[in-house]
Design a protein around this ligand. Structure first.
Ligand SMILES: [Zn+2]
Length: 281
C-alpha cells in the first residue's frame, strides 16, 4: 500500500515532511496552486524524494488564481503547467498520477455568493476542449489523470465546483482515459456517496481520505465518525491504489507547534489504522 500525507503549506514543507515520515507514511502529496508549479517547487519535490519519500502532486486553482478549465482563456496556461509537471514526474521519478479538479462554478473566485455564477452546462462545455487537449498530452506520457469528486456547490461556502455526481464525472472522464480520485470528505458533503463511486464504472486511481462534521469541507484527520459512508470508505481503502491522507496541513502544523509528540502520535494512529485497512474510532 502506498500511503501519502498531504503537504499544503509550502513555506513549512520540511516540518511537514518530518511529521509525515515520523508518523510512518511512505511519502507526501503536494497540493500546489498552478502558478507555483515552477523550478523552485520541483526542487522541493526533488528534496523530498531525496529524503527517501514517495512524492505525488495535486495541482489546484485556489482563491482568485486565474486558472480553471471553466475559463477558455486560461486553458493554455494550465496545459503548459501540466505538461511541465508530467515531464518532471518522469525526470524526478515521482508518482505517475495527477489529481485535477473539475471546472469551477464561480469565476474568478471559487466563492458562490448565493447563486451559481456559471451554469453547470456552461462550465462543462467550456472545459471539454481543455480536457480533450489534456487527454492527448497525458496519452503521450505515462501519467494517469484522476478527476476529483467535489462536494455539492452550496456545501462549502468557499469552494464551488462541478463534479459531484457519477454522471458529471463520467461526462469528463469517459472517452478520455481519465480515472477519478474519490475524496471521502467531499462525498460526505454531496448527494453522491463513496459507495456510489465504487459501484460505478468510473476507474478509481487514488483516494483523498479526510473527514468533516457535515458543516463544511474541514479536512480533518479521518476516523470512523467523520468520514460519512463508513462501509464505502472501508471498501475504498482496501483498493490497491495510493491513499492520500488529506488532513488540513496548516492545522496539523499548529498542533505540532503545541506538541510535536502528541501530533505525531495522532497522525501515526491514522497511518497505522489505514495500513490495516481500517480507521481510528
Ligand atoms: Zn481532495
Amino acid at each position: 500500500m502506498l500511503l501519502l500525507g498531504v503537504v499544503q503549506d509550502l513555506k513549512k514543507t520540511r516540518r511537514l515532511l518530518d511529521l509525515w515520515s515520523e508518523a510512518g507514511a511512505d511519502g507526501v502529496a503536494f497540493t500546489v496552486p498552478f502558478d507555483r508549479l515552477d523550478g523552485s517547487f520541483f526542487d522541493n519535490a526533488k528534496a523530498a524524494r531525496d529524503m527517501g519519500l514517495k512524492v505525488a502532486i495535486h495541482p489546484i486553482e485556489i482563491g482568485r488564481t486565474p486558472c480553471t478549465p471553466t475559463e477558455p482563456g486560461t486553458h493554455g496556461f494550465l496545459l503548459e503547467k501540466l505538461a511541465l509537471t508530467m515531464d518532471n514526474i518522469k525526470l524526478l521519478g515521482l508518482e505517475p498520477f495527477l489529481v485535477i479538479h473539475p471546472p469551477r462554478l464561480a469565476i474568478p473566485d471559487m466563492t458562490l455568493c448565493g447563486k451559481k455564477e456559471v451554469e453547470e452546462k456552461t462550465a462543462l462545455e467550456n472545459s471539454l476542449p481543455f480536457f480533450d487537449k489534456l487527454a492527448r498530452i497525458a496519452s503521450q506520457s505515462s501519467v494517469s489523470i484522476a478527476i476529483e469528486n467535489m462536494h455539492d456547490p452550496y456545501a462549502n461556502p468557499g469552494h464551488s465546483l462541478y463534479g459531484y455526481t457519477v454522471a458529471q464525472l463520467e461526462s469528463i472522464c469517459n472517452g478520455r482515459g481519465f480515472g477519478i480520485c474519490v475524496d471521502t470528505g467531499h462525498a460526505k458533503l454531496s448527494v453522491t456517496s463513496v459507495s456510489e463511486y465504487l459501484n460505478s464504472s468510473l476507474n478509481i486511481v487514488t483516494v483523498h481520505l479526510q473527514g468533516n462534521d457535515g458543516s463544511f469541507d474541514q479536512h480533518q484527520l479521518p476516523n470512523m465518525k467523520n468520514v460519512g459512508d463508513v462501509q464505502g470508505v472501508l471498501r475504498l481503502i482496501s483498493l490497491n491504489v495510493p491513499i492520500i491522507i488529506e488532513a488540513n496541513s496548516f492545522q496539523l502544523l499548529k498542533k505540532a507547534d503545541e506538541s510535536w509528540e502528541k501530533t505525531v502520535e495522532e497522525v501515526s494512529d491514522v497511518v497505522q489504522a489505514v495500513r490495516k485497512r481500517t480507521l481510528p474510532q
